[in-house]
Ligand binder design. Structure first.
Ligand SMILES: *[C@@H]1O[C@H](CO)[C@@H](O)[C@H](O)[C@H]1NC(C)=O
Ligand SMILES: *[C@@H]1O[C@H](CO)[C@@H](O)[C@H](O)[C@H]1NC(C)=O
Ligand SMILES: *[C@@H]1O[C@H](CO)[C@@H](O)[C@H](O)[C@H]1NC(C)=O
Length: 187
């Protein structure tokens, strides 16, 4: 009798084990932070560069892929960009990377863009690393702040913010230069 109960209990245990495994118990696990270098102290890096957008001319770096439904505020428009980022204000200064992404007119009563940008850096130790910005950009405000929501490579686990200021805007040539101060916490 005792033997039977023991066998029965063992079978129940086995069933529970199988059910747990089938439940996706191995789907997520807690890891030692040392394996990802995040036991180290976080670093705060300041990146300073200029973003050059051009929508017209022979070699535009952005293209509007969806026209606005309100021309006054560009609400509803979607623009895809692959804009150079440079060390200094002149367009022909050293390129440090590209701003690849989308800005979309998200405000009806002012010009306010939803920015979804990956900064793909290509110089020095940051070559191949990226920073992702997702935020609200009311382009006629003097200073705009947007969150850094992540990164890759050197910027894994990144968080932080950018402060941006328009340096040049010419609606005739479709050119704009915007200064970016980027503050990023990463390991
Ligand atoms: C916006 O302006 C363009 C070019 O002037 C025009 O073709 C288009 O119809 C306008 N769209 C709206 C919604 O007013
Ligand atoms: C950049 O362009 C300016 C004029 O637009 C020119 O004076 C300067 O020499 C150029 N610099 C380089 C590094 O090409
Ligand atoms: C950046 O990395 C790419 C791909 O690994 C390489 O082809 C390129 O030469 C590198 N650029 C610099 C400036 O190190």
């Amino acid at each position: 009798m005792t033997k039977l109960i023991l066998i029965f209990a063992a079978q129940i245990l086995l069933l529970v084990a199988v059910a747990t495994a089938g439940d996706g118990a191995s789907f997520a696990r807690t890891m030692n932070q040392k394996h990802h270098g995040i036991h180290q102290k976080e670093k705060l890096t300041h990146l300073h560069f200029y973003w050059h957008d051009s929508t017209k001319g022979r070699n535009p770096s952005s293209v509007m892929i969806q026209q606005p439904i309100l021309n006054s505020t560009l609400f509803g428009s979607i623009t895809m960009t692959d804009d150079p980022l440079t060390t200094d204000e002149p367009r022909n200064s050293t390129v440090v990377g590209q701003a690849q992404g989308i800005y979309a007119g998200a405000a009806q009563r002012e010009v306010g863009f939803l920015m979804v940008l990956n900064f793909a850096f290509k110089i020095g130790k940051y070559n191949g690393s990226t920073i992702t910005v997702l935020g609200r950009n009311t382009v006629f405000s003097k200073v705009r702040e947007m969150p850094v929501v992540g990164g890759s490579g050197m910027f894994r686990f990144a968080s932080g913010y950018v402060e941006v200021q328009t340096k040049l805007f010419d609606s005739k040539t479709g050119e704009a230069t915007v200064e970016y101060n980027c503050y990023v916490l990463h390991y």
